[in-house]
Design a protein around this ligand. Structure first.
Ligand code: A3P
Length: 297
């Protein structure tokens, strides 16, 4: 099994499972290679919806919203999005999910199950500005101790993020890969959203999503979804839904996928020099991209 260990700038080790050059959290005792290959071969259903994100871009948040819209009920979903993540569950689990399935994944377009690409399964793609992603991803790697076995400082970790030696690899490559996929597959229904737009006006974004998903719901329903999915409400309402595995992987056995939920938290972490270095790299890596990110509201 391709378990790989790297060192951060301070010499602290960090571990990943690598499959075809892509990094995943390492889960002891699971044949992840097999799970990922089976996931890529999954069969699509006509009413599937797949949420696509780079890690820490608002997956839990958007999955909850899409699930409420597809269920036609503005009620907290009594499970966690990990149980609907294509590359994290077995093919039996995937098959036994009731329709309409709201799946989620960090896959790139070409890693999506071929059947989903062929059947043009509806995709919702959520992006978030990379500075806030970097900070959120740092906490994720430190807190999920059983998966990454990592304990370093922010400054020691940032170079790993810049090089893409993190879960899901380089943020820059990921968003550019999806930008290219959208250009090359104009007939594939892909709804692009931004975390910052959701923070700015969630009701507006829920309504746009409802239109894309072609679900007939009232304005009041969308208001209720937006309210239930505000950060504090989700943080409270989603408590205690994790299973044993998703509790035990956290450093203090206290799952915390709902950390701060803000735009601009990066300002509390980046030094002036780190920010300048980041902006320079961003300019180089994103040259030619039409994507526009907001780093503050
Ligand atoms: P922070 O670490 O910046 O707080 P993902 O679900 O893709 O792993 O993303 C996790 C990030 O989304 C975390 O960011 C988390 O707090 C934030 N998040 C989760 N639910 C949210 C919500 N309802 N509103 C805003 N942000 C949310």
């Amino acid at each position: 099994m391709p378990l790989k260990t790297y060192k951060d700038a301070g010499g602290n080790p960090i571990q990943f499972m690598e499959i075809d050059g892509i990094r995943y959290p390492y889960v002891e005792g699971v044949d992840q290679d097999h799970v990922v290959r089976v996931a890529r071969a999954a069969k699509a259903r006509d009413d599937d919806v797949v949420l696509i994100t780079y890690a820490k871009s608002g997956t839990h948040w958007t999955w909850e919203i899409i699930s409420m819209l597809c269920n036609g009920k503005a009620e907290t979903i009594p499970t966690i999005k990990q149980m609907h993540m294509i590359e994290a569950i077995s093919s039996d689990e995937l098959t036994s999910l009731p329709s309409p399935r709201v799946l989620n994944t960090h896959f790139r377009f070409n890693d999506l199950p071929e059947d989903m690409r062929k059947k043009k399964t509806k995709l919702v793609l959520v992006h978030r500005n990379p500075k806030d992603v970097a900070v959120s991803h740092y906490h994720h790697h430190c807190k999920l101790e059983a998966l990454y076995k990592y304990n370093g400082t922010w400054s020691e970790w940032l170079p790993l993020f810049l090089e893409g030696i993190v879960d899901v690899n380089s943020w820059f490559d990921y968003v550019k890969d999806w930008e290219k996929a959208i250009e090359e597959h104009p007939d594939h229904p892909i709804h692009l959203m931004f975390y910052e737009d959701m923070k700015e006006d969630l009701y507006r974004e829920v309504k746009k999503l409802a239109t894309f998903l072609d679900v007939s719901v009232s304005d009041e329903f969308c208001q209720n979804v937006a309210k239930l999915c505000q950060f504090e409400n989700m943080k409270n309402n989603k408590k205690g839904l994790e299973n044993e595995f998703w509790t035990n992987v956290w450093a203090d056995r206290k799952p915390s996928f709902y950390r701060k939920g803000e735009v601009g938290d990066w300002k509390n972490y980046f030094t002036v020099a780190q920010n300048e270095q980041f902006d320079e790299l961003y300019k180089q890596k994103m040259a030619g991209s039409k994507l526009k990110f907001r780093f503050e509201l």
